[in-house]
Design a protein around this ligand. Structure first.
Ligand code: PGA
Length: 254
């Protein structure tokens, strides 16, 4: 953790969740007690279809919501796309961009990710820009180089601590139950902070929240969240269970 930074635990529901599952968000709200509220921010990123109702259900709970992706465009003839302005209108505060599932399954390049991050910022959403290496890249000793290149290509100019969150998600750790060692996470997060310093200036970079994501669960959350420069978590599978998501939030709360 970085002492001066208020941590954020964000749940990425991915393509999971029907109306009835808003109960999960309500359960999280119930468990977000005074102690947790004092120390950690929470966000839930449901599928776009549930964003409006989830946001409405969380008003008063001080839990933010977010989209999982957005269009690079504001509006118009883009069948099937959802704009950042629409997500904001549905109550979102954040938008995940550049998740590895988007980068690999939908061919999103760094340039696309940057355009999406800028679109999110324009709609006053805070983009959660995801970066991370594949297993082959890590084994070839290229993890840091890959992550730095992704940052250079996908972080909008002029972003600040208030307008940007970065998530380090090693592709091989997502949904696999595998996690990097604390030392590996520390090395990458330190490199991310340094690269952001070069891109945005040291002062801005010092306050940007750097989340770790990839198989975070209650049993490993304390170890991962105690790593230097880890300011929270982006949680997939475990965010679909209110008790697990809350346990991760508590781990983040020191
Ligand atoms: P996971 O997913 O926690 O299920 O590994 C993380 C993510 O993809 O954001």
């Amino acid at each position: 953790m970085t002492r001066s930074i208020r941590p954020l635990v964000a749940g990425n529901w991915k393509m999971n969740g029907l109306k009835a599952d808003i109960a999960i968000a309500a359960e999280v709200a119930k468990g977000y007690d005074t102690v947790l509220k004092q120390g950690v921010d929470l966000a839930i990123c449901p599928p776009a279809t549930l964003l409006f109702t989830t946001s409405a259900a969380l008003i008063g709970a001080r839990i933010a919501t977010g989209g999982q992706d957005c269009s690079t465009q504001n509006s118009g003839a883009f069948t099937g796309e959802v704009s950042a302005a629409m997500l904001a209108d549905a109550g979102a505060n954040f938008c995940i961009v550049g998740h590895s599932e988007r980068r690999t399954l939908h061919g999103e390049t760094n340039a696309t990710v940057m355009a999406k991050a800028e679109a999110a910022q324009k709609a006053l959403l805070v983009p959660i820009v995801c970066v991370g290496e594949t297993r082959e890249e890590r084994e070839a000793g290229k993890a840091l180089a890959v992550v730095k290149k992704q940052l250079r290509g996908s972080i909008p100019d002029g972003a600040t601590a208030a307008t940007l969150v970065v998530a380090y998600e090693p592709v091989w750790a997502i949904g696999t139950g595998l996690t990097p060692t604390a030392a590996d996470v520390a090395e990458v997060h330190e490199a991310i902070r340094a690269e952001l310093g070069r891109l945005l200036g040291k002062a801005a970079a010092a306050g940007v929240r750097l989340l770790y994501g990839g198989s975070v669960k209650p049993s490993n959350a304390s170890e991962l969240m105690n790593v230097a420069n880890v300011d929270g978590a982006l949680v997939g599978g475990a965010s679909l269970k209110a008790d697990e998501f809350l346990a991760i939030a508590r781990a983040c709360n020191g």
